[in-house]
Design a protein around this ligand. Structure first.
Ligand code: ADP
Ligand code: MG
Length: 241
């Protein structure tokens, strides 16, 4: 089953065309990595697929619902997805409150909040910091707090926008291990953007290479790296390896 189906997506900011001719389908339960140079449109595409902002053109179905025809569906669909950004967003309160925020915003019952926050912190290995002040934690731990805030809402699709770009190798490995486990054990569908080819190879079942605002090639990473379809893809894959 596909959970996201996008065709001919186009996005401009003013006169700047940022995305064009984007086709993508995401299968339930897979990890798909969008890789590509800085400025190629990865973050913008994630924001469109996550329904944070609309495309200018094209078709986009999420969980089988046509989001262009049915604008009334956006709020419900958004609640079935969650996004983690490159910079950890934490607030000057306890780790518990930082994570609970994700649920309080949705007016969840108090007894559910307590149980779910504890589960979400367990999932990212931060249970012992539950009472700590979030801003006192390391960058990697803060990113896990932010991830926990997303997980507490039980997203069916997890979007990760360069989630480890600001982190050291150890914290990066920790986040990667969490993502792999969420996918293997909970069957979570994951869409991650990264400029780090090796990360795409380590994590993803399939990669999509973004070049200048479009997805130039998709496939299993080994195949894409071995047989790039054109010069630009070859250059991107080659330069970084
Ligand atoms: P990537 O994540 O691959 O680095 P982005 O999606 O962030 O790429 O950006 C792609 C292009 O779109 C860049 O040229 C960027 O400056 C431009 N861009 C992104 N968001 C906006 C925006 N809100 N307003 C204007 N230009 C934007
Ligand atoms: Mg980006």
């Amino acid at each position: 089953m596909t959970v996201i189906e996008a065709h001919n997506i186009r996005k401009s900011y003013g006169t700047l065309e940022v995305l064009h001719d984007v086709d993508l389908s995401v299968r339930e339960g897979e990890i798909l990595a969008l890789i590509g140079p800085s400025g190629s449109g990865k973050s913008t595409l994630l924001r469109l697929l996550d329904l944070i902002e609309p495309a200018n053109d094209g078709q986009l179905s999420v969980f089988g619902i046509d989001t262009v025809a049915d604008r009334g569906s956006w709020l419900d669909l958004r609640r079935r997805m969650g996004m983690l950004f490159q910079r950890p967003i934490v607030f000057n309160s306890s780790v518990y409150d930082n994570v609970a925020m994700g649920l309080r915003y949705r007016r969840a019952p108090a007894e559910d909040i307590d149980r779910k926050v504890k589960e979400a912190l367990e999932a990212v290995g931060l249970s012992r910091y539950i009472k700590s002040r979030a801003i006192d934690l390391s960058g990697g731990e803060q990113q896990r707090v932010a991830l926990s805030r997303v997980l507490v809402t039980d997203p069916e699709i997890l979007f990760l926008d360069e989630p480890t770009a600001n982190l050291d190798p150890t914290s990066t490995a920790t986040i990667e291990a969490i993502v792999t486990r969420l996918n293997r054990e909970a069957g979570m569908t994951v869409l991650i953007s990264t400029h780090d080819l090796a990360q795409g190879q380590r994590l993803a079942h399939r990669v999509g290479v973004m070049i200048e605002g479009t997805i130039a090639q998709t496939g299993p990473s080994r195949e894409v790296f071995r047989e790039p379809k054109n010069q630009q893809i070859a250059r991107f894959v080659g330069v970084q390896n």
